[in-house]
Ligand binder design. Sequence first.
Ligand code: UD1
Length: 418
Amino acid sequence: MDKILIRGGQPLHGTVQVRGAKNSTLPLMAASILAEQPCVLHNVPCLHDVFTMDKILSGLGMRIEFTGRYMTLDASSLDSPVAPYDLVRKMRASFFVLGPLLARYGKARVSLPGGCAIGTRPVDIHLKGLEALGAKLTVEEGYVVAEGALTGTEFTLDFPSVGATENLLMAACRAQGMTRLNNVAREPEIVDLAQFLNSLGARISGAGTDLITVVGVDALGGAEHTVIPDRIEAGTFLIAGVATRGDVTVLNANPDHLPSFLNKLRDAAVEVEVQGTRIRARATDGFKASDIITQPFPGFPTDLQAQMMAMLCVADGVSVIKETVFENRFMQVAELARMGADIALDGNAAVVRGVKKMCGAPVMASDLRASAALVIAGLIAERGETAVSRVYHLDRGYERIEERLAALGADIQRVREG
Ligand code: UD1
């Protein structure tokens, strides 16, 4: 196992290219199950979660080639609609294969994902929606076994779950007749998925609003598609720049995908400049506290909450952070406290009192975004060395983060543990 060593205290400066979005790539890969001709994805990030999805789809019998940022996916050889536990448990997004498998083959057997560090994360909305579309579902030995021809319906999600919206959207593409999905997620990744499906021949309208309408078609062809930029990665680099009182510009980003995040930076007295696909955040004179509530898009993204908390640890003033999307997403707090942060937890709220300085410490990553928060705290720390272990969490969602931070002036390196 690797760990990341950081000697902080240097302001980060410079530009960094944003990669393709992990959270778009995974459902796009799953959606290619529906395509009767090969698909090509461009701007695919080289991440562990992408490799896991590759293994799942290859296990179904699909042919996948991944060279650099370019991936071809061919579902014509798919012969086994089964997603096994040992892969699904590694990555919840594996569950995305359920909807498209059922829609195309009329049957699927997909392991239930189980909980994870940030909460129990049930899949009840995915299952209720598929049942509403006519699927017969049973749970056998930890697997969801789904069968049946799908028929268009009207269904209202209890919560605008991103994953459930994606699963149901993919399933509805091949259902007989029209489906109306109410209270769906509006995240940019949903819009990206709908655009890809439409380019395969699907008839989806309303993606990006809370009502999506899908008119089922008999077959979907192939298509080429470019994955949207990763808004969470863009946000993470900008936060790292601000937290170190630096000046960082992200390139190839989409500012429209980060509305409330950019507003929060501005609230914190950070100078934010947007020019096309470039976003620059400058905090060379410091920054202020800011209150945050995580919410589904277009609200503040839960996937940037931990990183923002690390930054606010050294803001001028007191910030209150409320997490409303996940039940247990403050895993970074105890580790940040070991580095000198002053954070009090009260249920789903954290009160962060800005301190003047933080210090390095050995810390342990617990999940993807909490790990990014610890790296940011390490970059802030003016004394001592930070050693972040369990780096595999980071590799799920950031491509060679240490090299890209080093290019911005950070003293950071990856070493083999043990
Ligand atoms: C996706 C993202 C993840 C992000 C999250 C919220 C991917 C691969 N992952 O995760 O990075 O943090 O959106 O923006 O795109 N819920 C239920 N029942 C369900 C489904 C969800 O109760 O059937 C609950 C979850 O436990 C959670 C909340 O709804 O509390 C949001 O989950 P959801 O939007 O589904 O997140 P994911 O799709 O898992």
